[in-house]
Write a protein that binds this ligand. Sequence first.
Ligand SMILES: [Zn+2]
Ligand SMILES: [Zn+2]
Length: 253
Amino acid sequence: MRFASLGSGSKGNATVIDSGKSRVLIDCGFNRKHTRIRLQELSLELSDIDAILVSHEHSDHAKGVTLVCESIDKPFYATYGTARSAGWLDHPLWQCIDSHEKFQINDLSIQTVVVPHDSQEPVQFVVSSERFKVGVLSDLGSLTPYVIDAYQNCHGLLLEANHDLQLLQQGSYPPALKRRVAGDFGHLNNQQAADLLSRLLWPGIQHVLASHISDKNNQLELVQKEFAHVLKCDWKDVDAAIQGESTGWRALK
Ligand SMILES: [Zn+2]
Ligand SMILES: [Zn+2]
């Protein structure tokens, strides 16, 4: 099993998970052209994707979903709330997710995880093959026991470290937006992410990538230093998904 971020941040997110037999995209916040280009950097074509799993309707996650799926005639999975807000209820390729039930896409088992975020029915995803488990977690404002439980024992983990609280407070966002981002239904700050990471560490974890890093209210180096405390490694060795390019494949063995 292997996975890669096609890019991550407030301007677009997508992660591809490949079991060898099946490939799913989690979110598609890039247009069709850029999704295709970024997949090609990973030696994949759009038609190699079996389905898109959509976490919520915000455009940095949902922008390219229908365009990509229509062009390859493959389904996309989203909760009722997400589909309603995105205007997808009548879309023939939409598959409704029950946010409390696991489901299967070929050999991949998909667990949806309800998260606190300011959208209609947001979820995040844990994707398992026979041997490995990859957790993708962003766009949540606070940690819940349910989230902490759902992301245990992942071999690969993409974890939101959205903002540095001090940079957010000192930054140019209007007060209401600052409250939204930092609130319980906004995004995880670096310390919350590191706290969560410390609870998810286990001997089987092979790859941890910081993700959804704000370009206005954060710096990669701050995230890396925060995660390095937990991972007990040099901060320069902390892996991250960034906005401008794909990460390349991270393989699980
Ligand atoms: Zn987002
Ligand atoms: Zn969001």
